[in-house]
Design a protein around this ligand. Structure first.
Ligand SMILES: *Cc1c(COP(=O)(O)O)cnc(C)c1O
Length: 371
């Protein structure tokens, strides 16, 4: 092959690298907010049976509209939602791209508040949508007056609000989401509340699903990758009014969601009680981890998700990250300078994380450390 071929990449993509967390072969994987508990042998067997059954029909395309799956998702979400108000794709990341394809685009603006999910600006770039960010407050919530002023000035077509936010774990109060929905409506924009971590909310933190009847421009996205322990299944979805779902259907690829994905997700949903059974335990482990980090004098962001963002240490964060990797603990170097994010694993995994961090940061050894 000639070596001097200059691939005719779009100019604004030149020099860009594919984004993603380092995939390292390290014993403790606490870096991409996966659920550490795999499906039980019984649920795994049920998934395998479902795939075996449909394998003989894989010469046929799947249900393009995933009607049965969307009904199941609506039932799972509750709030009186129907299948026509739900849309599903290969992870909520694909849902997000579809939303930007339908509602963003040339001459249009997408707005979010940093620090937040690092994929959003890439999807704006890929869909030729202008990208504007406001700053989150010191405590990582969104300061309403500044947000409303920014919305009035920029007139975004799409506002992306992760709640609970990644990488900070911050959930937004519903009144603020309501105010933002109202302001977006006034400038003709939709509001996407990304609830990828919705199931991990602390007691008393409501879901934006409650607001759907009142705001026609509200979209709530969810995923089966985190609480449902189905990251490998690639299934994300949204709930919104049927007109928004119909708009997204215009830009989706034909047969985007494979028959295998649909079948596996339906088995997972039929077993939601079992798959979600560990969520309470993960929440407790999260709160314990946050408590321990604080007791060590570190700064910790309040988290409604299955990870904790911590800072307030003096060494360079990359050095801390690397020294943890050297001790077989992989966490995530993400978010504001000087902070690191650790996903919540099993209690045993978190013990190992605490031991490694104690060594790396030379923290005081806790008396009578519990598990
Ligand atoms: C993990 C995550 C998602 C979900 O991604 P999938 O594509 O569904 O696996 C969406 N939004 C945020 C903020 C996330 O952290």
């Amino acid at each position: 092959m000639p070596s001097d071929y200059d691939v005719p990449l779009r100019p604004e993509l030149r020099g860009e690298t594919p984004y993603g967390a380092p995939q390292l072969d390290v014993a403790l994987q606490l870096n991409v907010n996966e659920n550490p508990y795999p499906p039980s042998a019984r649920v795994a067997a049920e998934m395998a049976d479902a795939v075996r059954e449909l394998a003989g029909e894989l010469n046929r395309y799947p249900d393009r509209d995933a009607v049965a799956l969307r009904e199941d998702l609506a039932t799972y979400l509750g709030h009186g939602l129907r299948g026509t108000q739900v849309w599903a794709a290969n992870g909520s990341n694909e849902v997000m791209v579809q939303l930007l394809l339908a509602f963003g685009g040339p001459g249009r603006t997408a707005l979010s508040f940093t620090p937040t999910y690092s994929m959003y600006p890439e999807y704006a770039r890929d869909t030729h949508t202008r990208w504007v960010v406001g700053q989150r407050a010191e405590d990582f919530t969104i300061e309403l007056d500044a947000a409303l002023a920014l919305i009035a000035r920029e007139e975004p077509s799409v506002i992306l609000l992760a709640s609970p936010n990644n990488p900070t774990g911050t959930a937004l109060p519903l009144q603020r989401i309501e105010a933002i929905c109202g302001a977006a409506l006034a400038v003709g924009g939709i509001v996407v509340v990304d609830e990828a971590y919705g199931e991990f909310r602390r007691a008393g933190t409501p879901s934006a699903l409650e607001l759907l009847p009142r705001y026609p421009n509200l979209v709530v996205t969810r995923t089966m990758s985190k609480a449902f322990a189905l990251a490998g299944g690639r299934l994300g979805y949204l709930a919104a009014r049927a007109e928004i779902v119909d708009a997204v259907r215009i830009v989706r690829l034909p047969y985007h969601l494979s028959a295998v994905s649909q079948a596996v997700a339906r088995v997972a949903l039929a077993n939601s009680a079992e798959l979600l059974a560990r969520v309470d335990e993960l929440r407790d482990t999260r709160d314990e981890t946050a408590h321990w980090l604080r007791s060590m004098g570190l700064q910790v962001a309040d988290s409604d998700a299955n990870f904790v963002l911590f800072g307030g240490f003096t060494p360079d964060r990359h050095d801390v990250w690397q020294q943890l990797v050297d001790r077989e603990v992989l966490i995530r170097e993400v978010g504001p300078a000087g902070w690191l994010r650790v996903s919540i694993g099993t209690p045993t995994e978190m013990d190992a994380f605490r031991d490694a961090l104690t060594e790396v940061l030379d923290l005081p050894i806790e008396q009578g450390e519990t598990t």
